[in-house]
Design a protein around this ligand. Sequence first.
Ligand code: NAP
Length: 469
Amino acid sequence: MTHAILQASYILATALFIFALHWMNDPKTARRGVYAGVAGMTVAVLATWFQPFIIHHVWIIIAIAAGFAVGVPLSMVPLTAVPQRTALSHAFGGLAAGVVGTAEYYLWYHEGPENFTTFRMVALILEVLLGFLTLTGSLLAAGKLQEVKWIPQRPVTYPGQNFVNLTLLVIALGLGGALVLHPTAAWAPQLFPVIVVLALLFGVLLIIPIGGADMPTVIAILNAYAGLAAVAMGFVLDNKLLITAGALDGSSGLILAIIMCKAMNRSFGNVLFGAFGQVQQLKAGGELKVYKAETPEGAAQVMEQASLVVIVPGYGMAVSQAQHKVRELYDQLKKRGITVKFAIHPVAGRMPGHMNVLLAEADIPYTDLIEMDDINSDMPQCDVALVVGANDVVNPAARYDKTSPIYGMPIIAADKARTTFAIKRSKNPGFAGIDNELYFAPHTWMLFGDAKTVVSELVKQLSGGSGMH
Ligand code: NAP
């Protein structure tokens, strides 16, 4: 393959990656976006395969086989496990960058000093640091999200933690600097593994103080690190496709992390160093607060009289896979001429767009999915708000309770509706580990039970009521 064809293939692959990201912005074109991404990667692999200087094609075959062996089972995880699956992908990206950087260093070392320019060495050290810290950080994040028993879910903190982390980083960067200046020194090959170990350790220390509720945001940040590691690898290998693909990956991770931080009204610093979710803030009030429970029958009767029903889905809808039953409920209400809207909180569930994906799967029209900022002004006119397995995203304490870990997070104003029904299985708190006073409010009634079962009951009541079977 000539150089010109190779470069043209890389430009084509880059263009496909950019279109993939663009199309994935909208549920209507998301599938096309996935196909474009697959096509881009196929072009990239084929172009690499036909490069004249590649001699050991067997390694490419082994790498592809290994990729399939890991990727196929990973593609089968349930939607609720996608955040930890994504973290594992970043871990593999980090591992690849770290291992390639390490191999390149020793290869150059043995080939001779002419290989080492300052620029290449800076890129290589960054690649190795970012790659290996992304590896352990992402593995730990995936373990926390998967609730692996021996990994603590709550933030692990100790006095002087930020100082220790910073010192470790400075030492790793300092040793990296020494290698940049003296890459061919006799001690350099022994120093290299020390830097690798420090990067691996730093990845762990960076993640342990962060609580489970912040993990999705952290995963987006780790995505950015993996992308940056790929950019550095591109400079090391002088591969333009890796540079552009890594930049796209890194910047999309960063943008996603910023969007998530904004939706929770948190700063990056607070997510990374705030130890969110550490204190269990269950407030023991003077008098015992009581929940009022309602039956699906009673709730269905109230809903029948409504002219506007707003459904607020949350993580519980994903857990119970209630979206198809919710669709049936939507149909029943619409049949009665009731306006039904879905209030979509940007961080409802466990990953960005979680609710949109589930509701799209149940064929609910996109036009009835209303973003938080747009639906909130309608909430005082809403006759019934039906909360389906949401908790933190409807917690009014976020508005005024400065001691609450979710203080300042914008919420869906379910408490402003005339009547609120809330479906959940128990009196347990949501992900941030705090009580929700919405459930004790005078106009709120609880529908205790699994979301799918309760919504099925509501559908049964409504279809019975309209004379259908
Ligand atoms: P949540 O606060 O985790 O609450 C979910 C509720 O669903 C729980 O209280 C649980 O109560 C209930 N539930 C669980 N399984 C259920 C089932 N089978 N049937 C019925 N109910 C069930 O969820 P959320 O309101 O969606 O809020 C999301 C949280 O994740 C926020 O704290 C947000 O900051 C955090 N987060 C999300 C993202 C993201 O990208 N989406 C990113 C960062 C952080 P029971 O156990 O009593 O049933």
